[in-house]
Design a protein around this ligand. Structure first.
Ligand code: NAP
Length: 250
């Protein structure tokens, strides 16, 4: 595997399993020091152990992305140990309801905004003073950001917001920091466990996918590593859809 991220310091949120973990692992294999985090200490400890066993330089920190103190610790401890930050992947999201938007409780709307959008902004506010020239930010949106689906409509709308946030931050953080976004298709993780549990849904999604398969965390990680690397040094403000050719946009 190419070592495109040698010497880089990368924070990945929500990274003790699923897509975030795969991104951290890929970054580590490409030479980065990775800082992984999630809400539960046990998950952080187990993920750190797995990555260390693969020879990856890793630090684990508990961070619920909507907890201000824990976000501060994530940045502070990273800077204390490594001195600067090269890459931030904002990957955490919540999908707490299947209600229609017009039936969604206010506190649920707040939670969706808090975790899926606001926490990314606040994390980047804290990280920005430590981001080096040539640094890279990656937001994780969703194919659902292009077509919010009925069963996860408001979640989809928060993911649409990340497409705009990517453009706005790319402008604000230029020229030293590139800001890009990944919109994954359907990946069978805990977050999308209906894909694992429900054969009919899984098959119907596979049929809508030109490549006739679901995505893997590794598919997303490969794209994240590209965007974080100098191979993407002239790309900013863009969203890459990694969805096997599912209907998205022109
Ligand atoms: P996942 O496999 O369920 O993993 C979620 C990870 O996030 C875990 O490590 C979990 O650990 C952590 N986490 C959950 N809530 C958190 C919070 N508030 N703060 C910090 N960490 C938190 O999920 P995934 O499928 O990889 O999803 C990752 C991202 O991809 C999300 O932004 C999601 O919207 C996006 N996405 C996923 C799919 C898909 O089909 N899977 C499709 C499109 C987009 P703890 O329990 O220890 O916190």
């Amino acid at each position: 595997m190419a070592r495109r991220l040698e010497g880089k310091v990368a924070i990945v949120t929500a990274s003790t399993q699923g897509i975030g973990f795969a991104i951290a692992e890929r970054f580590g294999h490409e030479g980065a020091s990775v800082i992984i985090s999630s809400r539960k200490q046990k998950n952080v400890d187990e993920a750190v152990e797995k990555l260390k066993n693969k020879g990856i330089e890793v630090m684990g920190i508990v961070c619920h992305v909507s907890n201000a103190q824990q976000r501060k610790e994530l940045i502070d401890k990273t800077v204390q140990k490594y001195g600067h930050i090269d890459i931030v992947v904002s990957n955490a999201a919540a999908n707490p309801t299947i209600d229609n938007i017009l039936d969604t409780q206010e506190q649920t709307l707040d939670k969706l905004w808090e975790i899926n959008v606001k926490a990314s902004i606040l994390l980047l506010q804290a990280a920005a003073p430590h981001l080096k020239k040539g640094s890279s930010v990656i937001l994780i949106s969703s194919i659902g950001g292009y077509h919010p689906q009925a069963s996860m409509a408001m979640y989809g709308v928060t993911k649409t917001a990340l497409l705009g946030l990517t453009k706005a931050l790319a402008s604000e953080m230029s020229p030293d920091t590139r800001v890009n976004c990944i919109a994954p298709g359907f990946v069978p993780t805990n977050f999308a466990d209906f894909l694992v549990r429900n054969e009919t849904i899984r098959k119907s999604i596979e049929e809508k996918t030109l490549l006739r398969r679901l995505g893997t965390p590794g598919d997303m990680a490969a794209t994240a590593a590209f965007l974080a690397s100098d191979d993407a040094s002239y790309i900013t403000g863009e969203t890459i859809i990694v969805a096997g050719g599912m209907p998205s946009r022109l």
